[in-house]
Design a protein around this ligand. Sequence first.
Ligand code: ADP
Ligand code: MN
Ligand code: MN
Ligand code: MN
Length: 356
Amino acid sequence: MALLNNLVNLHLGDSTEKIIAEYIWIGGSGVDMRSKARTLPGSVSDPKELPKWNYDGSSTGQAPGENSEVILHPEAIFKDPFRRGSNILVICDAYTPAGEPIPTNKRFSAEKIFSHPNVIAEEPWFGIEQEYTLLQRDVHWPLGWPIGGFPRPQGPYYCGVGADKAFGRDIVDSHYKACLYAGISVSGVNGEVMPGQWEFQVGPAVGISAGDQIWAARYILERITEIAGVLVSFDPKPIQGDWNGAGAHTNYSTKSTRRNGGMDEIKRAIEKLGLRHREHITAYGEGNERRLTGRHETADIHTFSWGIADRGASIRVGRETEMAGNGYLEDRRPASNMDPYVVTSMIAETTILWKP
Ligand code: ADP
Ligand code: MN
Ligand code: MN
Ligand code: MN
């Protein structure tokens, strides 16, 4: 094991020009992540300098067997916290050989919205609170829960400390540090209401970068839990009953909401979000109806509401924003398994481009 550890920690770049690039993409389910590695002749900092690549889409549920090639376009680079040195993680999106985005490529249309001049002018910022649940690998039951049984009811676990309250902190902390190393703007982490459930926040991040960073952070979390022999679940309601679900609250502001008197613009944005409630809900994650019940700090999926400091509303405006008269809103509806490209671009489209 000691020898294996030494080799795993061998730093390329200390001794070679060549580096390893791990190309990462989203698989056929729209939530599973795939990656494969390749050698590059030297270090790279701009994704435009990276070669396109391809993979077998028939093995990821993304192409038929007789025409299986899917083309990877490198879009964003992060430092690789596992291989370190000059090695990199590369977030890619996927195209047919003819250059059409494949159906699971949600980044393509998101990028279109974020490169619209009116959207660029508004400098949309996102802060995404990614919740997730750690599961015991062999029984698919939350970490720290007795097998075949339940822990004490919710109450002591949120931001809790102690061996009977915080399950998996080493995973959470190594993920936090690995993300900062990679160049992801994680703004914080906390233990959640349901034991075994945690949250990290990414942001504020501008435009398409919020989606790139969330996907990179999810990838790093998959890799760290893989090392730990623990499963990570993004299911919005992993345990039925009196246990909180997992969401991805999306905090949002624009130049107009951040400036003096921005509260009027926040109210306009909320009104538009309300008019398109059903469309947004449809795009906010699979199985979200199991989570948005009107209980456990959620609003009922069928009704749109907003409020100051109201954790039972679809949209919450923080006390600080209300007092300052400008700031940001929090869309509490997205599920933990949402696609951040879809959610962020839809919020920008509805609030900036759409004319009701
Ligand atoms: P909550 O109080 O709902 O738990 P968090 O502190 O977990 O909120 O997350 C809030 C997120 O919002 C953070 O990622 C933070 O960086 C982000 N944020 C702060 N200010 C803004 C802003 N003006 N626009 C968008 N996001 C913001
Ligand atoms: Mn939070
Ligand atoms: Mn939370
Ligand atoms: Mn929140």
